[in-house]
Design a binder for this molecule. Structure first.
Ligand code: UDP
Length: 324
């Protein structure tokens, strides 16, 4: 049986992926933090000896490397991004080489590109702005130079939740992303802050490419199969939908579904946000025969509502970051 090691398995994509792949592969889920949904092996990637030992014992065919400092917040400090993204990746690659582990799938971000208001392709110019995006690009380079087979995935706006084999989704603390914030605040009739309504878009609010986490899990699942082939070639792939929605458009669809009016407050722009971010995913389709099948905006919203009801019933409360 093919063996897969997932780093960052307690995180949003990691925990979703664990349940998505569980029945197909033998999985070792590792993270530096526990989670409330399944058992993981505690391991901080900064502990070089421990990761080497785990790889030696488990001998995975492929590592899905999702661990990282993902909250985009310039007040966090450069060292945390360097340690948890770059140094952790360096340690992991070193341990892979030592144990002759051949394949890695890495979660990078669309934030590495130079801003453009048309669809982004993998060979477009890269100018990461945030410390987060810079650390992700640096980690990409560690991997591309390593001579290990890789698929690097540049995720666009990951969102929503799985409904099968169980309900599981996003629980960042604090939550900063649009979809989980907007829907939660709509359902619980809390104040929703929109950061900027004078962007250069059709209605003045930001336009993004929102991709359902289930489509991300499927892209990773196909990548695992791809990397097992003798003919596989390393590549960098955009993982997004190429659909684009403004914030106002999403609000109107959420309100139609929940039949609740959002309590909207328009605030100034958030530092570092750009008006448009859309994906060209042709390369991922060509290489993996992967297409996003679950990223219809209504499905994204309905699945997120199901997840919010699920964790709220268990007494979990979503916490938010206040920018202003
Ligand atoms: N956004 C907002 N209010 C929120 C959270 C996000 O207006 O409570 C906006 C944000 O300024 C950006 C868009 O929604 O224009 C998408 O933000 P998100 O953080 O989800 O993704 P990213 O900024 O990484 O594209």
């Amino acid at each position: 049986m093919i063996k897969i090691l997932i780093t960052g398995a307690s995180g949003y994509i990691g925990s979703s992926l664990y349940f998505h792949l569980k029945r197909k592969y033998k999985i070792l889920a590792i993270d530096k933090n526990k989670n409330s949904f399944f058992k993981i092996k505690l391991c901080n990637l900064l502990n070089q000896k421990k990761i080497e030992k785990l790889l030696k014992e488990f001998k995975p065919n492929t590592i899905v490397h999702l661990a990282g400092q993902s909250l985009v917040d310039e007040t966090i400090g450069k060292k945390k991004y360097y340690d948890n993204n770059c140094k952790a990746t360096k340690n992991l690659i070193h341990a892979m080489k030592k144990n002759n582990i051949k394949n890695i799938i890495y979660s990078s971000t669309a934030a590495v590109y130079k801003y453009k208001n048309t669809k982004l392709k993998e060979n477009d110019v890269l100018i990461p702005k945030s410390t987060y995006a810079k650390s992700k690009l640096f980690s990409e380079k560690i991997i591309t130079k390593s001579k290990i087979n890789y698929l690097i995935m540049r995720f666009f706006n990951a969102c929503s939740a799985l409904d099968k084999p169980l309900v599981i989704g996003e629980l960042h603390n604090p939550e900063t992303h649009l979809i989980p914030t907007l829907i939660y605040k709509n359902l619980f009739k809390k104040k929703m802050y929109i950061y900027g309504n004078d962007y250069n878009t059709s209605d003045g609010t930001c336009v993004r490419d929102y991709i359902h986490v289930k489509d991300i899990c499927e892209a990773i699942s196909k990548s695992i199969v791809y990397l097992e082939k003798k003919s596989s070639r390393s590549s960098i792939l955009n993982i997004g939908t190429s659909y684009n929605y403004s914030i106002k458009k999403i609000i109107s669809i959420v309100e139609k579904i929940t039949k609740i009016k959002s309590l909207l407050y328009f605030k100034k722009k958030r530092k570092g946000d750009t008006d448009t971010l859309i994906c060209d995913n042709t390369r991922a389709y060509k290489l993996l025969k992967w297409k996003p099948k679950n990223s219809n905006i209504k499905k994204i919203i309905v699945d997120e509502i199901r997840w919010i009801r699920f964790f709220s019933k268990r007494g979990i409360v979503r916490k938010f970051k206040n920018y202003f």
